[in-house]
Design a protein around this ligand. Structure first.
Ligand SMILES: Nc1nc2c(c(=O)[nH]1)N[C@H]1C(S)=C(S)[C@@H](COP(=O)(O)OP(=O)(O)OC[C@H]3O[C@@H](n4cnc5c(=O)[nH]c(N)nc54)[C@H](O)[C@@H]3O)O[C@H]1N2
Ligand SMILES: Nc1nc2c(c(=O)[nH]1)N[C@H]1C(S)=C(S)[C@@H](COP(=O)(O)OP(=O)(O)OC[C@H]3O[C@@H](n4cnc5c(=O)[nH]c(N)nc54)[C@H](O)[C@@H]3O)O[C@H]1N2
Ligand code: SF4
Ligand SMILES: [Mo]
Length: 702
């Protein structure tokens, strides 16, 4: 039976390594893809079939553990709704009528449509979008070789504010955090680590709490993280900036900063000091809803614990249009107490490091403007990061030109972009839409061609480096249907587009061998363990990749393009009478907009309800279980109400990832409501981050 047996070469390598016995039972190493954290896994194999997924102790992201989503990964492959052949639309867009097609027909059609669009309107009329995954370099190769500047990623909906502020402060995207025995104090600003899980960091924080590390947690909701924290501060949404400016004020005015570190490694203390002089705890108290004494105490506690004190940047930091300044203030708080190389350090990160790169010609020069305004409107947003929601808006406007085709890979923008109605307007503008996915997601449902990728248990992906090792994703079963790896799909398309020179590998294993070539490691050896150690490099002293070579408390880069060089107060909009802040935030059992159809996870997920503070609900005459109508400036939605003490009276909350439109998702269809229907598009002018907490709604009984 197809889809059950371990591919011959993988099984052979595993047997030779003693991982599988003569009956083909044992464990095969690979990597999870139930979220972007990509933990190492061991697939438990019995008689050649995978029966369970466990954490690989040899991978720093899993340390032997998989989260509930990772453990449910078998159902990602065995989902009865998997798309197992290429599909071509036959009915109206959105009607969901498709016919099965051969790969040859689907790829020929896709390539011919792309070439037609290029010929008629220029390469820039093809939009490409994708969310972080291991085959992204191949996808990017396709789009840059094709010659389009238009690339949409999830980042502006996720962490742009954090990334751009770290770049402006430290000259790096995101530092690593060290949760070792010395750590004493953690300040988490809306980083719900016990539900928005990154296995290794979540368990590191949990162990730290066991050891008595003090965690102070700011969130308008009482989350699982709030429950584990020493102190929960139900801050007013968007006021984190005021809170952090006041922390800076206390630390500077009381001289609690690390003078030696600040003098040696930073620039701009004077400008910072002058600005934060205004932002006293007494000023911040009415804005944040946190008493001035509490703010002062936390500043002093943080400084006293320093350098073993960490102010966490957060991860999805796309909350308000002032989020860039909030993030800058957090980055600066860490710098002032000199915790670098104690609790924060240069990121080991994922990447390709010393791995071999494949031969290819240079990309064509592109002169067309990017539709997302980078860099002409957003000069500080890196090109690889972009401003996706602005790209979508400019498709609708046809400004500065009208795109005609959209290529989407491993992404569900119909759900993940704010203001779903507008996303559909953008999709409707397209002459041609193609989606690469494993399921008929909501975006695929509106596509013209759907190309099925093999699931992460069925395919190879490019090698990736984490820390001092390179890790391999390898197939642990034969594909169930005709799904193919992204490595195969993009090469096939590249060849049909006349871009074969950008895909100079015979097949997946040849690609991996070329990556391994400069290191003299054999693929067979890597298959056995799932990783290999990279040659040791001399620990190079870290230097700040900022223009001054120092940590920039004042940034001239910001000032030069007309933004404040130090964080300044920018009041976020506040809801009108009878309006609520609409909050979003992850739940432990689901990932984003792509796992709700997983039958294992479905069993353990509550039907999502609209959280509302119990007292507010009582005042409005509403009870748990009532159907309510939620209205924002751009949409309306209906949900069941949950009256709870676990949220501020001025906020409501919806779990993201529900309210799917695709009837091809038979498990998830019809459950819950999408918060993206309600979200208004607001963009932080500096980092390009979408402000997901800045939508205000009214709620009435339905
Ligand atoms: N189980 C699970 N884990 C995941 C993911 C997943 O989908 N599921 N996704 C992964 C990804 S891609 C990301 S980016 C991370 C995201 O992880 P986090 O950064 O933790 O982000 P969220 O869970 O989106 O939101 C966190 C909290 O922010 C609060 N919040 C909203 N507005 C404000 C505000 O103005 N101030 C403050 N202080 N808090 C506010 C919300 O109530 C919510 O509880 O999680 C990762 N881990
Ligand atoms: N309302 C609201 N909006 C949000 C957020 C929120 O919390 N609330 N969070 C934001 C954040 S932090 C992020 S990171 C983005 C994420 O949103 P997106 O960038 O859209 O990413 P995902 O939802 O992870 O994409 C999931 C798609 O990948 C598909 N997929 C899964 N495995 C594979 C595979 O192996 N191959 C292929 N080809 N496809 C696969 C799934 O079937 C699904 O269709 O959303 C952002 N938008
Ligand atoms: S955090 Fe969970 S879902 Fe994400 S990669 Fe790790 S085990 Fe998989
Ligand atoms: Mo994210």
């Amino acid at each position: 039976m197809v889809g059950n047996f371990v591919p011959f070469q993988v099984a052979q390598a595993a047997r030779e390594a003693g991982l599988l016995d003569a009956e083909n039972s044992g464990y095969i190493p690979s990597m999870c893809e139930m979220c972007v954290w990509r933990c190492g896994l061991l697939a438990k194999v019995k008689n050649g079939r995978v029966v369970k997924l466990e954490g690989n102790p040899e991978h720093p992201h899993s340390n032997g553990k998989l989260c509930p989503r990772g453990q449910s990964g078998l159902m990602n492959t065995y989902d009865p709704d998997r798309v197992l052949t290429p599909l071509i639309r036959v009915g109206q867009r959105g009607e969901g009528k498709f016919r099965k097609a051969s790969w040859t027909e689907a790829l020929d059609l896709t390539a011919s449509k792309m070439l037609e669009i290029k010929k008629n309107y220029g390469a820039e009329a093809m939009i490409f979008s994708s969310t972080h995954n291991l085959s992204q370099p191949l996808f990017e190769n396709l789009l840059y070789a094709f010659g389009s500047p238009n690339y949409g990623t999830q980042r502006s909906l996720c962490f742009n504010a954090m990334i751009v502020s770290n770049l402006m402060t430290y000259g790096m995207e995101e530092p690593d955090r060290i949760y070792d025995d010395k750590l004493k104090y953690v300040l988490l600003t809306g980083r719900n680590l016990f539900e928005a899980i990154s296995t290794s960091e979540t368990s590191a924080l949990s162990h730290a709490i066991d050891r008595g590390v003090k965690v102070v947690y700011l969130d308008p909701r009482f989350t699982k993280t709030a429950a584990k924290a020493a102190e929960w501060l139900p801050i007013k949404p968007g006021m984190d900036l005021a809170f952090h400016l006041a922390l800076l004020n206390v630390i500077l005015s009381e001289g609690l900063y690390n003078h030696d570190f600040v003098t040696r490694y930073t620039i701009g203390l004077d400008q910072l000091q002058k600005e934060v002089d205004h932002y006293t705890p007494a000023w911040a108290a009415p804005l944040t809803g946190i008493p001035a004494e509490t703010i002062t105490r936390i500043a002093r506690e943080f400084a006293a614990a320093a350098p073993n004190a960490l102010a966490h940047n957060g991860w999805r930091t796309s909350n308000f249009v002032n989020s860039f300044h909030t993030q800058r203030a957090i980055a600066i708080l860490n710098a002032l107490v000199g915790n670098w190389n104690v609790v924060m350090t240069a990121a080991a990160g994922e990447g390709s490091g010393p791995l071999g790169t494949l031969k290819q010609p240079p990309y064509p020069r592109v002169s067309a403007l990017r539709l997302d305004g980078v860099p002409w409107k957003y000069p500080l947003v890196p090109l690889t990061i972009g401003v996706f929601q602005e790209l979508r808006d400019n498709i609708v406007k046809g400004d500065p030109y009208q795109p005609h085709g959209w290529f989407i890979s491993r992404q569900n923008p119909a759900m993940s972009l704010p203001d779903r109605g507008k996303t559909f307007q953008a999709l409707e503008k397209m002459d041609f839409i193609v989606t690469v996915d494993i399921l008929m997601n909501d975006t695929a449902w509106f596509s013209d061609v759907v190309l099925p990728e093999a699931s992460y248990l069925e395919r190879y992906d490019p090698l990736t480096i984490v820390g001092e090792r390179a890790y391999l994703r390898q197939p642990v079963i034969e594909p169930l249907g005709e799904g193919r790896s992204a490595l195969w799909i993009y090469k096939q398309l590249g060849e049909r587009l006349g871009l074969g020179d950008y895909f100079q590998y015979k097949d997946e294993e040849d690609y991996l061998r070329q990556q391994l070539a400069p290191l003299g490691v054999s693929l067979e050896d890597v298959k056995k363990k799932g990783y290999f150690d990279l040659p040791k490099t001399e620990a190079a002293g870290f230097s700040w990749h900022t223009p001054s070579g120092k940590i920039e408390l004042f940034s001239n880069t910001l000032a030069k393009v007309g933004f404040p060089g130090v964080p300044v107060w920018e009041a976020p909009p506040t809801p009108g009478e009878n309006e609520f802040y609409l909050l979003t935030g992850k739940v432990a059992q689901q990932s984003q907009f792509g796992t709700q159809n997983n039958q294992y996870l479905h069993k353990y997920s509550d039907e999502p309800r609209l959280w509302m503070n119990a007292k507010t609900a009582a005042k409005l005459g509403m009870n748990s279980g009532d159907w309510v109508e939620i209205t924002s400036k751009v949409g309306k939605a209906h949900s069941i109400l949950l009256a709870t003490e676990a949220i501020r009276p001025d906020c409501v909350y919806l779990t993201p990832g529900y309210g799917h439109l695709s009837k091809g998702l038979k498990t998830a269809y019809g459950i819950g409501v999408s918060d993206s229907v309600l979200h208004v598009t607001y963009t932080d002018p500096i980092s390009g981050s979408q402000a997901l907490s800045q939508t205000f709604v009214t709620v009435k009984k339905a």
